[in-house]
Design a protein around this ligand. Sequence first.
Ligand code: FAD
Length: 520
Amino acid sequence: MAEKYSPLIPTLLIATVIMNRLISTVGYKLRDDPEAIRLASTDYGHILSENPAAVLYPSSINDISSLIKFANNVSVPFGVAAKGQGHSTRGQAMARNGVVVEMSSLRNHRGQHGSGIQVLSSTNINDVTFHYADVGGEQLWVDVLHATLKHGLSPVSWTDYLYLTVGGTLSNAGISGQTFRFGPQISNVYEMDVVTGEGDFVTCSPNKNAELFYAVLGGLGQFGIISRARIALEPAPKRVRWVRMLYSDFSAFSRDQERLISINGRQQSNALDYLEGTLLIHQGPPDNWRASSFFPQSSHKRIISQVTKNGIIYCLEVAKYYDHHTETTVDKELGILLKGLNYLPGFMFGNDVSYVEFLNRVRTGELNLQSQGLWDVPHPWLNMFIPKSRISDFDLGVFKDIVLKKNITTGPVLIYPMNRSKWDERMSAVVPEEDVFYTVGFLHATGFDEWEAFEEQNKEILEFCVRAGIDVKQYLPNYKTQKGWMSHFGSKWKIIQKRKALFDPKRILSPGQRIFHIKE
Ligand code: FAD
């Protein structure tokens, strides 16, 4: 697959003379030994591998800025990719023959000075106090959670899995069950420090260098490397009522999901705090690694028998947070919200967990898979946004036809709606035109010689959508042609091109996304 793309830079970069000049620019933080190259040429997908010429382990933002300036000033500029955790699945954080910046290296250096995560407050002219955290782009969300909780505060918008970097998720969007109400993570940023594609260090916000601010949020790493993000915080809850309900009828399931997300005011205390959904399609245990051991063991048999009978069971998952002020009212509020829902009678299950356990629910499953050697395997994932008006057609054509017939799906399949009003059109992220759209994620995990069959299924799903005229947008997008990217960005393509010319004119940043470096 890699052979299809032109190398961004010639092998010239690895010529000793260039390497030596680079070393004199950024010091001996540059490595080109086999271990450094191996680590930077792989990701969570285990589908694609691209060798960089070298890997930078920065100890400061200056190192990154110097590297990018250097990349701009050699006769043939080379690619530079920030790598967060490398949790992309298709080489998005790789830089073939260029330089990968291991952002994790900054964590060690900032840690020493305690400046990686700072929790602060401000009061505006109307005397309203708002809280925020200044967080390094290399920081993990799990560390942001623990640092902010020490102050009784917390971000409001999350991803399901917390061992991702702030810079990595803000380059995509950062979505989870809170998105319908609080927007994606990119909607909860006040300000950023960014190193642009020319190596300039720029502070940006909606009021200052706004074009860069909106470009970088959801910008797939194309316009700058995020070195600091100012994240909105709210008082943290203590515990969570966590409920799952099972449906055999898709229209009842989606109707109930849509009804629940229609109550979505940020300050509306009678709204849910989280809503997602998954498919149960296997006749094995109903839990999966995203939240192991939710369903009581005693109910497994009757859940499995529903799956056997219906082929697919849709699982609606919601959560309501509470603290000592609201612990006496949470059940009443949840009762009102869930009243009249049309799940299968007798198939509502509840749990009560701490806020941290809830947010960090995927970690247990990860450790479990790691211990069985099943974490570092191919992940041919497909994530999409689908307009609400076509979600029933998607259910019929994809879930009930392709997925059920092929019967090869492994790993969770997510499906839940969100409100477009919580996304800011000025950002680079792309979503469908309708007020409500669904995210669907096929989170496959396969054997090393099996992933191609799953890629075939992904292709079939996307082709079905084209044939049926369903205007899907990929999330964590991946296209092999510029035509694909143009159609992905749609009316935003011109602005994306303009932003690239403004902030990264030599097309240095994140070549692994293959937006501007494709050989047609
Ligand atoms: P990387 O994969 O390292 O980088 C991703 C892109 O961002 C690359 O193009 C890279 O060059 C660029 N980049 C990295 N750091 C920076 C920076 N500081 N500044 C600018 N650009 C940068 N996503 C969700 O939205 N919701 C989920 O619930 C969710 N769950 C996940 C669960 C698992 C188990 C995994 C593996 C991924 C999940 N993701 C989810 C996807 C995740 O958001 C992406 O993989 C994302 O890229 C973050 O991963 P990362 O920090 O490792 O970034």
